[in-house]
Design a protein around this ligand. Structure first.
Ligand SMILES: NC(=O)c1ccc[n+]([C@@H]2O[C@H](COP(=O)([O-])OP(=O)(O)OC[C@H]3O[C@@H](n4cnc5c(N)ncnc54)[C@H](OP(=O)(O)O)[C@@H]3O)[C@@H](O)[C@H]2O)c1
Length: 319
């Protein structure tokens, strides 16, 4: 099978596709024939080592000083191709999707995962490409809007960076929660933002729209506390999906500011959170947006697009 690896921190050319034996599922494991996997902003950051200010050393201490010692690819959609001893919860040929998490390994034609791990049957209403795109932005948006900001019906949400993987999910989940939803995006993406449920769309390069907003989801962290502060309603919450070390420490030490809250952190990937997102899909409230779809052989090209942080929706490679 073909499998991707990182050779060092750097540009898309540091991604290598090589041949490897198809892994064998051990007891309790499932072998998956991967059909599609996203190339996310997270994949691009792990490969390049380019993370928000102050977090670079921490990243290298966790995943490798000289090169990323994790396998590329966090999430996948595919078919069950083999069952380890004792696995009865899945059947050969079944369509599934799931998360490999930090250790990665989804950018490969086959992978093994524990049957009781982060893998679920994939709804018939999703293509493999949509299944691959399902979790990255959706889990993040749901975590920040539902668990952290506790966005409530009737509140006003602003999503800054509204049409990428996280923002596109946030618009839909905001609507599902009964919020009034505004978004900011570059002008070419305004029709997409409207189609995802934004009532009002503005160009973030021309400044933020007038508030007040109960919740601001600042996807790229480009607004920040100083600019967001005058736009927040009393008791408003600013969720910085992308935050630097100073902002993370600041929000930990002083989350509450003049009655308003600053929220940072990372999205904990859990089976329960995955199941909640699947339930949102079944309720008709969330389907990931698909942007470019490329063959697996073009993985480096896909990384170059992900590096821009301007892709519409989710970028997927198909195996
Ligand atoms: N905290 C966590 O757990 C967590 C989890 C997932 C992702 N993230 C982070 O979240 C960020 C976004 O991820 P993503 O997957 O949504 O990326 P993406 O799909 O590349 O989308 C990026 C979005 O940001 C917009 N944007 C780019 N530059 C901007 C700026 N200067 N001001 C405002 N908006 C801007 C883009 O809009 P246009 O295309 O319209 O220009 C696009 O909508 C990344 O930094 C990623 O590392 C954090």
């Amino acid at each position: 099978m073909k499998v991707a690896s990182y050779t060092r921190y750097g540009g898309p050319e540091t991604i290598r596709l090589s041949d490897a034996p198809i892994p064998l599922p051990r007891a309790g494991e499932v072998l998956i024939r991967v059909r599609a996997a996203p190339v996310t902003a997270g994949d691009a950051r792990l490969r390049s080592g380019k993370v928000p200010r102050g977090l670079g050393l921490l990243l290298r201490l966790v995943i490798g000083l000289s090169r990323p010692r994790v396998a590329p690819g966090w999430t996948f959609a595919g078919e069950v191709a083999g069952l380890g001893d004792g696995v009865t919860s899945f059947a050969i040929g079944q369509r599934v999707f799931g998360l490999m998490g930090f250790k990665g390994g989804a950018h490969a034609e086959y992978l093994v995962i524990r049957a009781d791990g982060m893998v679920l049957p994939m709804p018939e209403t999703l293509s493999f490409e949509q299944g691959a795109a399902f979790f990255f932005g959706g889990l993040t948006a749901a975590h920040f809007l539902i668990d952290r900001a506790r966005l409530a019906a009737g509140e006003h949400l602003l999503v800054v960076g509204a049409t990428g993987s996280v923002g596109g999910a946030a618009l839909q989940i905001g609507r599902h929660l009964g919020a009034r939803v505004s978004g900011s995006a570059s002008p070419g993406n305004h029709p997409l933002a409207r189609s995802l449920g934004a009532d009002q769309v503005t160009d973030y390069r021309k400044g933020p729209p007038p508030g007040p907003f109960d919740v601001i989801l600042d996807v790229m962290g480009s607004l920040g506390w100083q600019a967001a502060r005058p736009l927040l309603a009393p008791a408003g919450r600013l969720a910085l999906v992308t935050a630097n070390l100073g902002e993370m420490l600041g929000s930990a030490v002083r989350p509450r500011r003049e009655g308003r809250m600053v929220l940072t952190g990372t999205n904990p990937d859990t089976l329960a959170a995955m199941q909640r997102l699947v339930a949102l899909h079944h309720a008709g409230s969330y389907t990931p947006i698909l942007g470019p779809v490329l063959p697996f052989a073009d993985l480096a090209k896909a990384h170059a697009i992900a590096d821009t942080f301007h892709k519409p929706g989710n970028l997927v490679v198909v195996m």
